[in-house]
Structure formats: C-alpha cells, structure tokens
Design a protein around this ligand. Structure first.
Ligand code: FAD
Length: 387
C-alpha cells in the first residue's frame, strides 16, 4: 500500500547579511586574533563538542556573545538570529573552544526563554549568558536513540515536584555541566508520543549518578546518567506537562541547521588549503570542489536561519543541512588524508587530521542519524513511501 504525503517543506529565501552583522563579524575576528595571540586557545577540530574552556566561555559572555537573542531582562542582548549566526560561524571557523556553553546557548537556554517558568528564567538565563552555566541534553537512552518516542525514564508526582527515575546515555558533557534537560514520561498516554514532558534537573542533586563513557582516545565527553528518585521542583518543568514531544521536535531545526553541522573540520580544511597553496601554488580540483560545496552549504544553513528568524518551521530543510553538511565534514578528512607527508615530523596539519579522524564517526550520528534525516527529507518533499 502506498500513500502520498503532503509536502512539508518551507520555501527558502536568499538572505543578505545586514550591515550590523558584517560589522560584528569584524569585531569577532579581532577578538579571536587577540585571543589566539594571547594563547587563550589553539584551533582544534570539532571545537563545539571537544573544546571545553570555562575561561573562554566567560570571555564570550563578557562580550555579549552568549544568549544573544534573549531580552536584556534575562541577561540577553536583543540581537538578531543573523548576528548570532555570524558569531557562531567565526568561532567555529577559528576552532575556538566553545563546548562548555554550546548546548545551553543553542538549545536549553532558548527553551527556557520561550517555555520556562519565571523562576527558571531568572535563575538560569543570566548565568548562561555570562558563560557560567552549562547544560547537558538528556534525550537518548540505552534502548532509545533514533526511536526517541520509546524512552522509559519516568517522573512521578510528589509534593512540590517530581522524582526522576531512569537512565540517559550519550549525554555530552553531563560530567561538567550544571543542569540537564530531561525528556521523560510524566503520564501514560493512548499514543506513545503523549505523556512526555521536559524537566530540568540540577546535576548536583541527590539521586543522580553521572558515569563518563571513555572514547578510544582516552577522553570522555559523553556520559551515562542514572536517575534514582532525583527531585525536580515544579518550577523546573518546561512548557506544558505532557507536551514534551512537541517541545523537543519543534527545536530540531535549531539543533540541525546551524553552522556547526558544516564547520566541524574547518580548521583542518584551512590547514589543507594552506599546505597545498604553499607547496603547489594553488589548490587541487578536489579541494576546489570542496570550497564550492562549502559555499553552497553555508548559503543553505544561512537561509534556514533566515526562515527561523521569520517564525517559520524549516525542519525538513534543517535535516537536509545536517545530512549534506556532515557528509561534507567527513569528505574534508578523506581529501586531507591524501595530503599527509611522511617526513617523520608531526605538525599542526597532522594534529588537526588526527583530531578530525577520531571525531568523525559521531558526525552523522549525533543530532539524528543520516538514515533518519533522509526519511524526514523524503517525507517532507512529498515522496511516496510504503505504509
Ligand atoms: C558524539 C555524540 C554525542 C551525542 N550527544 C548526545 C547528547 O548530548 N544527548 C543525547 O540525548 N544524545 C546524544 N547522542 C546520541 C544520538 O542522538 C544517538 O546516537 C542517535 O540519535 C542514534 O541513536 P542510537 O545511537 O541509539 O542508534 P540507533 O537508533 O540504534 O540506530 C542504529 C542504526 O540504525 C539506523 N536506523 C535506526 N532506525 C532506523 C529507521 N527507522 N530507518 C532506517 N535506519 C534506521 C540508524 O540510522 C543507525 O545507523 C550523541 C551521539 C554522539 C555520537
């Protein structure tokens, strides 16, 4: 049996950068040049997940480059989505260590700003905007990844709040974060998408055990987080009780379309272009093709940011950005491998390549796997699928 789905795609429009965003780009570049010279950081690949620096996050907070879109009442700066896009793009392109505040700034903070209680907004948003409060995302579980609606973590009602019980997995930076936003079941529902809610738990509370998961490199940036009756007050319930599924899926465009889905290997790409131009006086046709592709992907990511700014819901286009963008990030590595020189010395190019190789397996998994994203795109474009 075949069924034709209604197209769900949003028509994207070309976005011209406003003058204030271009001026801001210069300001960010000057700041980054000075920070690099002062040895505040050295460029790394995948810096939005692997580059954790409380000092650097605080420095960005002082500049007003975290919580940029929120109102000043909550420590924000009333800037546009395009101005924020420019700041993110420059930070990622420089390989700056932005992982500490990344999730709080991209996802949890905006969620609290739009749907949180007044108490949660006052407690969390100014601290996030100062670059002093970090968040982990508690969505995936040991048996729930792509099929997120199968989660089993539950919250049961007690006086003044909820008790959380269950296990979350792959929670990036939970061992260094202050809070975790948890998708859990607060009620039974006829449909398995019903009865879910989003609760914010204080990671220092009793009944929470954070267990780092070690990577092949010896580093640990994600964790298993076990909740054994951890208390969450009512003021930390985000949005309507039972509307958690709608809340998390409505944010997928934000999570999947940003420049971090294109630029994870950009510092390596720059080193590759430098290496080729210095030794050959120009770049190879393969690198030329990658440059052209990057430009097109960047326009796509920017157009999605423009659509979000206009209040639209470009979740299909965001899925496309992530699928194409993460494949581009991995191809940079494949091309860079061919430029390795076996001279017995390890230089910056080799270091960046090694970092990128270790991070690459995660590119097409985190934030939704490629298979799932392609299914979203196919359905959204009105493709036909068996039922
Ligand atoms: C670096 C990294 C950081 C992460 N950080 C976080 C985090 O902070 N918080 C968090 O909650 N999660 C996080 N995750 C988890 C991530 O969201 C999941 O890994 C992802 O959703 C896939 O789930 P899974 O690993 O359970 O794989 P599964 O869902 O078991 O999928 C296994 C394979 O089967 C394929 N597959 C599954 N279902 C289908 C289908 N219907 N059709 C076709 N193919 C299918 C998938 O594409 C995949 O290739 C992170 C993951 C990584 C790699």
């Amino acid at each position: 049996v075949l069924q034709v789905y209604e197209p769900g795609a949003v028509r994207l429009e070309h976005v011209d950068m406003p003058e204030e965003a271009t001026a801001l780009r210069e300001e960010v570049r000057e700041f980054l040049d000075a920070a690099r010279s002062a040895k505040l950081f050295e460029p790394i690949c995948d810096s939005w997940l692997c580059g954790f620096s409380a000092e650097f996050s605080r420095a960005l907070g002082e500049r007003g480059w975290i919580g940029m879109n929120w109102s000043s009442e909550y420590g924000g700066h009333g800037r546009s989505a395009l101005e924020r896009f420019v700041v993110l793009e420059e930070l990622l392109a420089a390989g700056a260590p932005v992982a500490a505040h990344w999730i709080a700034d991209r996802q949890s903070g905006p969620q609290v700003f739009r749907h949180g209680s007044e108490e949660a907004k006052k407690l969390l948003l100014p601290a996030i905007a100062r670059g002093e409060c970090y968040f982990a995302l508690g969505m995936s579980e040991p048996n729930s990844g792509s099929d997120l609606a199968s989660i089993r973590t539950t919250a049961t009602r007690v006086g003044g709040g909820w008790l959380l019980t269950g296990t979350k997995l792959w929670t990036s930076h939970a061992h260094r974060s202050h809070y975790i936003s948890v998708l859990c079941r607060t009620a039974e529902g006829d449909d398995r998408h019903d009865g879910m809610s989003v609760l914010i738990a204080d990671l220092s509370a009793d009944g929470i055990d954070v267990r780092p998961v070690k990577l092949l490199s010896g580093e640990a940036h994600f964790n298993e987080v076990v909740f054994d009756g951890a208390f969450v007050p009512d003021s930390m319930v985000i949005g309507q009780l039972g509307a958690g599924w709608q809340l998390v899926t409505s944010e997928l465009a934000l999570e999947r379309s940003g420049p971090e889905r294109i630029l994870s290997t950009f510092p390596l790409f720059v080193a590759l272009v430098r290496r080729q131009t210095q030794s050959d006086g120009g770049v190879s046709s393969e690198v030329g093709r990658l440059i052209a592709e990057l430009w097109a992907l960047r326009r796509l990511s920017l157009a999605v940011a423009g659509a979000i700014e206009k209040g639209r819901d470009p979740r299909v286009e965001a899925a496309l950005v992530k699928d194409l963008g993460t494949r581009f990030e991995s191809r940079v590595i494949e091309v860079a491998r061919t430029a390795v020189v076996d001279d017995g010395e390890l230089d910056e190019f080799d270091r960046l390549l090694a970092e990128a190789i270790l991070a690459a397996p995660g590119f097409t998994l985190r934030g939704g796997t490629s298979e799932i994203l392609r299914a979203i795109v196919a359905r959204g474009l009105g493709a036909v699928r068996p039922t």
